[in-house]
Design a protein around this ligand. Sequence first.
Ligand SMILES: *Cc1c(COP(=O)(O)O)cnc(C)c1O
Length: 423
Amino acid sequence: MHEPSVPHLHAEDPELAGLVEDEARRQYEKLRLIASENYVSPAVLEAAGTVLTNKYSEGYAGRRYYEGQQFVDPIETLAADRAKELFGVEHANVQPYSGSPANLAVYMAFLEPGDPVMGLSLPMGGHLTHGWSVSATGKWFRPVRYEVRADTGRVDLDQVRDLALKERPKLIWCGGTAIPRTIDFPAFAEIAREAGAVLAADIAHIAGLIAGGAHPSPVGHADVITTTTHKTLRGPRGAMIMSTAEHAKAVDKAVFPGLQGGPHNHTTAAIAVALKEASQPGFAVYARQVVANAKALAAALLDRGYDLTSGGTDNHLILIDLTNKGIGGKPAAQALDRAGIELNYNAVPFDPRKPFDPSGLRVGTAAITTRGLGEERMPQVAAWMDEVVQAASKQDESVVERVAGQIRELLASYPMPGWTSAP
Ligand SMILES: *Cc1c(COP(=O)(O)O)cnc(C)c1O
């Protein structure tokens, strides 16, 4: 059952409590390979469930609009100081509600409506908020999109430079949601300097790897850094914006009063806890293991004839192109989910299929590494994936059921933070 236990919830709202318990069990029994997800610690869960949710705190520490901030101020200061220390930045704003509002705040801080903004195209691995057409950022600003190279599957830095010098974006984003390779922050910084653009590094996916020393840091290269706190960083759902001292004021003003009202203090507290956890030596071990697991899983998938964008991975993420397997990403993802392997269908670069039924699968190792799985388990994970993908093209449900049982059995020996099997 859920840990910490939720007895008051069971008493007051059994219907809702039942759903929470079901979700906890689901997370316990499944091999969770969604690249943006993780398991937070019970300490983070506890911090997120405190009476801090009762308090309004518009403004910043020492400059609030309501009284009673004697304890919220030091909590927010603690979170910001820990972020500064962990990432080695001059300024950190821990108030953004999530990654998308954090990115919107960057536009608010540096651009006027209609200004040009450059980002990695969504179907190539970019994020909606980097100027994609259906996003406010693509409607209210003028998007310029760079891509990855067809031959390497990696960002085409020559194209980035050419486009930047031609289109003169005011803001350049690097980072994204489906990038299996290291981001070359110094190269982006040089291009931004040449083009006279602000460089924003969106490290939502890789923040935990950066904190743990398993991916190079954008600090010293990017003017501003945004991140969610709930992906590899293993904190609550939330976000941060980090910057040089020079941009601190613009960033803070953009978040509040530019875009948001009161910060979510319970989330701020949970972020502070997660940042403390991420500064421990054990977290660096975790971050390296996430990457080692992804590399081992990629190698095992390649052995089984799977085609991976860019041919492999440098981080926590693998993008599989299923074209040569004769099945679309969506039916494969659905069969895998039924078999206890949770991941998402995803476009691959130059995908000929539609976004709702693309050719690929996106896989990440952050959550299973938190569970304690190591490289030695990855060939088995790849074998199960392969079996289910093959069974799915033959509509063979017996394989799906057998694999789900085998996965439940395996995971019973890997404890889950947030779950206890004891009654
Ligand atoms: C997840 C993600 C976001 C958005 O985060 P939300 O909290 O879902 O709004 C932004 N940018 C990148 C690169 C992401 O991966």
